[in-house]
Write a protein that binds this ligand. Structure first.
Ligand code: SAH
Ligand code: DHB
Ligand code: MG
Length: 229
């Protein structure tokens, strides 16, 4: 088994169940032309995000880590009528590309892109009563993953789904010599989920066009005390 085979199988699946999509393809082309790193979710993962959001009838979605808005398009399309996505991005230039990609996809009205460090934006979402969110997708700087998960809990209700990208990283999380903040941040997430009674979580390892990684899905089974359920 090698990476080229994983990528080919991804293409096999994509060709069959993910029809050509001009808005998504234009978003990728514009992001590439603007020099953004091509680290967006795979089409298969984007579709999974859409299906998860649709299956719970999500009306409010929070995304941490916008990049060029590729995953945002998948999520925004899944919104129930009148629904809204808030997406947080540190890099103003990336956010500008995302806004343009979302506008081209006809989704500008349904999405609010907030620029700045997510840890500054998240408290404002609590104060601003934008939540609770039905689905939260965590996909930003990996060192803060556990901290984002704590915020996700604060911004959740009973029944909310929290999805976290990049929770396997080539299996590096089990390499004891890997002490860097990126990997430690992922380990902190598992440590938190292990003792957090308000969530029920699993994680799935993935291979494909993005190599070997994984994602976690957590269901909020009990709301944050004091939060509106
Ligand atoms: N969800 C996107 C990919 C996000 S890549 C998709 O699948 O299409 C991770 C993004 O997180 C990058 O754009 C990076 O600029 C952003 N980021 C990094 N640190 C951040 C922070 N502290 N706050 C908000 N966004 C951050
Ligand atoms: C990378 C991949 C991601 O999905 C992400 O969110 C950040 C970085 C990467 O491959 O470097
Ligand atoms: Mg990611």
């Amino acid at each position: 088994m090698d990476e080229e085979r994983w990528a080919e199988v991804d293409r096999y699946i994509t060709q069959r169940v993910l029809p050509a999509d001009p808005a998504l393809e234009a978003a990728l082309a514009a992001s590439d032309a603007a020099g953004l790193p091509a680290i967006q979710v795979s089409p298969n993962m984007g579709k999974l995000l859409q299906l998860l959001a649709q299956s719970i009838g999500a009306r409010t979605i929070l995304e941490i880590g916008t990049l060029g808005g590729y995953s945002t398009i998948w999520l925004a399309r899944a919104l129930a009528p009148g629904g809204r996505v808030f997406t947080l991005e540190l890099n103003a230039a990336f956010a500008a590309v995302a806004r343009s990609n979302l506008a081209r996809a006809g989704l500008a009205e349904r999405v609010e892109v907030r620029i700045g460090p997510a840890l500054k934006a998240l408290p404002l979402l609590v104060v601003g009563a934008s939540g609770p969110f039905d689905l939260i997708f965590i996909d930003a700087d990996k060192e803060n993953t556990a901290e984002y998960f704590r915020w996700a809990l604060k911004l959740s209700r009973h029944g909310s789904l929290i999805v976290v990208d990049n929770v396997v990283r080539d299996g590096a999380l089990i390499d004891e010599d890997r002490r860097d903040a990126h990997i430690q941040g992922i380990r902190d997430l598992y440590a938190l989920a292990a003792v957090e009674p308000r969530v029920s979580m699993t994680a799935i390892q993935t291979v494909g066009i993005k190599g070997y990684d994984g994602f976690a899905v957590a269901l909020v089974v009990e709301a944050d005390v004091g939060n509106n359920t």
